[in-house]
Design a protein around this ligand. Structure first.
Ligand code: ADP
Ligand code: ADP
Length: 225
């Protein structure tokens, strides 16, 4: 069974179709990167998996369950956004705990999960700070932590490094890969950066004009003439 199955998925805005029948099967624990130029439909595809866009045609399954009609909170996923979408007035701890509070977890369970994630992400010293008191890399880690504490079947990441400078991008890229490997969670990651795609992916989905043109390992994709 695939962790995520995207079957014959199409998306139209009004009369314009922007995703033209995409099929992707993602194995448990696999790191898939969707790569392609701006406007090719990467974000739209990811947002349909996340439940942030309706699916015009086709089906998306997460953990064997068709999720087309499920709200984001009812899908077993956690999303990391380009701008991190942290709550500015809340502490790092509260940012990480918020989703768990909404889900009704006990205080002890929340504390344990946030502590564990904060340790993995080296955020322990910053739990009482507000997002504006953090560096770019630390904010990025909080966004990752907020996803991690949910213990989802899959992480969805939409250009998560594009707001960082070049040096930090390389460092955070390594951290994301290590984190994904150590927790073993499936990852679906969107970027327009080919180097990022190549370094992170077990398999790449090369998109062009709303079509998944190639789905293969980085070696196989970049070996092609
Ligand atoms: P990418 O993430 O690869 O940059 P997007 O998924 O954002 O591409 O966009 C794919 C196409 O869909 C683009 O042509 C974009 O203009 C169009 N599009 C995205 N969102 C909307 C929307 N809400 N309404 C109309 N068109 C949209
Ligand atoms: P990205 O850089 O992630 O592709 P965009 O700048 O293309 O993001 O889009 C930002 C937001 O605007 C998204 O929510 C997208 O759905 C929406 N959007 C993109 N293109 C269009 C469009 N042609 N019409 C309406 N909304 C759009």
């Amino acid at each position: 069974m695939s962790a995520i199955a995207i079957r014959d998925v199409r998306k139209s805005y009004g009369k314009t179709e922007v995703i033209h029948g995409v099929n992707i099967d993602i194995a448990d624990g696999e790191f898939i990167v969707i790569v392609g130029p701006s406007g090719c439909g990467k974000s739209t595809l990811l947002r349909m998996v996340a439940g942030l866009e309706t699916i015009t045609e086709g089906t998306i399954e997460i953990g064997g369950r068709v999720v087309n009609r499920l709200e984001p909170g009812e899908r077993d996923i956690a999303m990391v956004f380009q701008n991190y979408a942290l709550y500015p007035h809340m502490s790092v701890f509260d940012n990480m705990a918020y989703g768990l509070k909404i889900a009704g977890l006990s205080k002890d369970d929340i504390r344990a999960r946030v502590d564990k994630a904060a340790t993995m992400l080296q955020l322990q010293p910053f739990l009482d700070r507000k997002p504006r008191q953090l560096s770019g890399g630390q904010r990025q880690r909080v966004a990752m932590g907020r996803a991690l504490v949910r213990d989802p079947a899959a992480f969805l990441l939409d250009e998560p490094l594009s707001n960082l400078d070049a040096k930090l991008r390389v460092q955070m890229r390594l951290e994301i890969k290590q984190l994904q490997q150590s927790v073993g969670t499936t990852a679906l990651y969107v970027t327009h950066d080919q180097v990022e795609a190549m370094t992170l992916a077990d398999r790449l989905v090369v998109m062009h004009d709303g079509v998944a043109e190639q789905i293969d390992t980085p070696m196989a994709v970049y070996a092609r003439p």
